[in-house]
Design a binder for this molecule. Structure first.
Ligand code: NAD
Length: 341
C-alpha cells in the first residue's frame, strides 16, 4: 500500500487532500497543530505536532516502516524503499487578506512558516522522502504586474525580479527557492504549486482568517433582504477563485508529472469583488446593498495564467466560480444555522 504524509492536515486544503488520498487507497499520516474544524480526519494516523520543532518534524517524516526497522536495528541507515511515497507540505501560518495584509502578523508569518519549511526540507532528505509537494502561493508575484485590475500578469516566469506585496509572499518565495536548492544539491524530488485563492466547503468562514468567497457567503447568509453588507475597498479589484475539487485534481496531476518547477494552480475566470458578492447574493436570492469601507486590499488585480500548466500537464481547471459557490454557500449557511441552535 502506498503511503502519504500530509503536513497541515488539520487545515482546509490539507483535510480535503487527506480525504482524496484515502479515496485513492493511500495509507495516510496527517500532522497539524489541530484536528480539522468541521469534520473528523480520515487519516490513518494523526499527530498533533508543532512543526516549528525539529524533533517533531523528524517524528512526522519517519515512516512507520522506518520506525519499526530503527527499533529492531538502531544502527541501520534509512532506505528510500521504506520512506513515505508522497509528502505534502501545506502547513503555514496563513489566512485571508485581514490576516496577511494588515501588517500585524508579519513577523510570525515569516518566522513560523520559514521555520516549518527549513525543518521539513532537512528531514525530507534524512528520511529519504520519495516525492515532496510544496504549497506556494500566487502572493509571490510582483505587485507592479498587478496594478491593472483588468490585465494582471501572473505567468510563472514573471516572478522575477521579485517584489511580492506581502511578507507572506516573500516567505513563500524564499521557501520555493529553498525546496529548489534542496532539489539541486541533495536530489530532493520536488513539486511546487502556486495556488490562487482556493475555496469550498469546510474552509474558514469567520474569525479573521477567512478568504473573500467564504466571507461573502457568511455576510450574505446572515443578512436579510434589503440589508447592507460591508466590503473592503471599492470592489473593483479583481481575483480568480478555484474550487477545492479542481485544486486537488491539479495537485494529483502535478504529482504524477515529472515537472519540478513552480506551476500555477488556479482559475483564469477573473471577477471583481463586486461581482463575487453579486453572484453570492443571486444564489441566496437576496438583494443587498454594499457599503464600501476601507480595509486591507492586496494587489488591484490577480488571476492565474494557465499557459504553462496546459503545456506541462495537458490540463487546466474548468469549474466555474458560480458552480463552486453553489456548493460553498449552502455549506456556510448550514454552519451558521447549526451555530444558532
Ligand atoms: P489552512 O490555514 O487552513 O491550513 C494550514 C494548516 O497549517 C493549519 O491547519 C494550521 O494549523 C497548520 N499549521 C500552521 N502552523 C503549524 C505548525 N507550526 N505546526 C503544524 N501545523 C501548523 O490553509 P489552507 O487554505 O488549507 O492552505 C494550505 C497551504 O496552501 C498553505 O501553505 C497556504 O499558504 C497555501 N495556499 C493556500 C491558498 C488558499 O487559497 N487556500 C492560496 C495560496 C497558498
Amino acid at each position: 500500500m502506498k503511503t502519504a504524509l500530509v503536513l497541515g492536515a488539520g487545515g482546509f486544503i490539507g483535510n480535503h487532500l487527506v480525504n482524496s488520498l484515502k479515496k485513492e487507497g493511500f495509507w495516510v499520516r496527517g500532522v497539524d497543530l489541530k484536528f480539522p474544524e468541521y469534520s473528523s480526519s480520515r487519516a490513518d494516523n494523526f499527530l498533533i505536532s508543532d512543526l516549528k520543532k525539529l524533533s517533531l518534524v523528524k517524528e512526522a517524516l519517519c515512516s512507520p516502516k522506518q520506525k519499526s526497522l530503527k527499533r529492531d536495528s538502531p544502527q541501520s541507515k534509512f532506505s528510500s524503499k521504506d520512506s513515505f511515497d508522497e509528502v505534502y507540505q501545506l502547513a503555514a501560518d496563513m489566512g485571508g487578506a485581514g490576516f496577511i495584509f494588515s501588517g500585524e502578523n508579519d513577523a510570525n508569518i515569516m518566522h513560523n512558516s520559514a521555520l516549518i519549511n527549513l525543518n521539513v526540507c532537512k528531514m525530507a532528505i534524512k528520511y529519504k522522502a520519495k516525492k515532496i509537494f510544496y504549497a506556494s502561493s500566487a502572493c509571490i508575484y510582483p505587485q507592479q504586474n498587478q496594478m491593472d485590475p483588468k490585465n494582471p500578469n501572473c505567468s510563472e516566469d514573471s516572478a522575477y525580479p521579485a517584489n511580492p506585496d506581502s511578507e507572506y509572499g516573500w516567505e513563500k518565495l524564499f521557501s520555493e527557492r529553498m525546496f529548489i536548492a534542496f532539489h539541486r544539491n541533495y536530489g530532493l524530488n520536488i513539486r511546487i504549486a502556486r495556488f490562487h485563492n482556493i475555496f469550498g466547503p469546510e474552509g474558514s468562514y469567520a474569525g479573521g482568517r477567512e478568504k473573500a468567497p467564504a466571507a461573502f457567503c457568511r455576510k450574505v447568509a446572515l443578512a436579510n433582504n434589503g440589508d447592507e453588507i460591508e466590503m473592503w475597498g471599492d470592489g473593483e479589484q479583481t481575483r480568480s477563485f478555484l474550487f477545492i475539487d479542481e485544486c486537488l485534481r491539479g495537485i494529483r496531476k502535478l504529482m504524477d508529472s515529472a515537472y519540478t518547477f513552480p506551476l500555477n494552480i488556479g482559475s483564469e475566470e477573473m471577477v471583481s469583488i463586486n461581482t463575487l458578492a453579486k453572484i453570492t447574493m443571486k444564489l441566496a436570492n437576496k438583494n443587498l446593498k454594499i457599503n464600501h469601507i476601507s480595509g486591507p486590499l492586496g494587489v488591484k488585480g490577480r488571476k492565474s495564467d494557465n499557459n504553462l500548466i496546459k503545456e506541462k500537464l495537458n490540463w487546466e481547471p474548468s469549474y466555474s466560480l458560480k458552480k463552486g459557490l453553489e456548493k460553498t454557500y449552502p455549506w456556510v449557511l448550514n454552519q451558521i444555522n447549526k451555530s444558532k441552535k
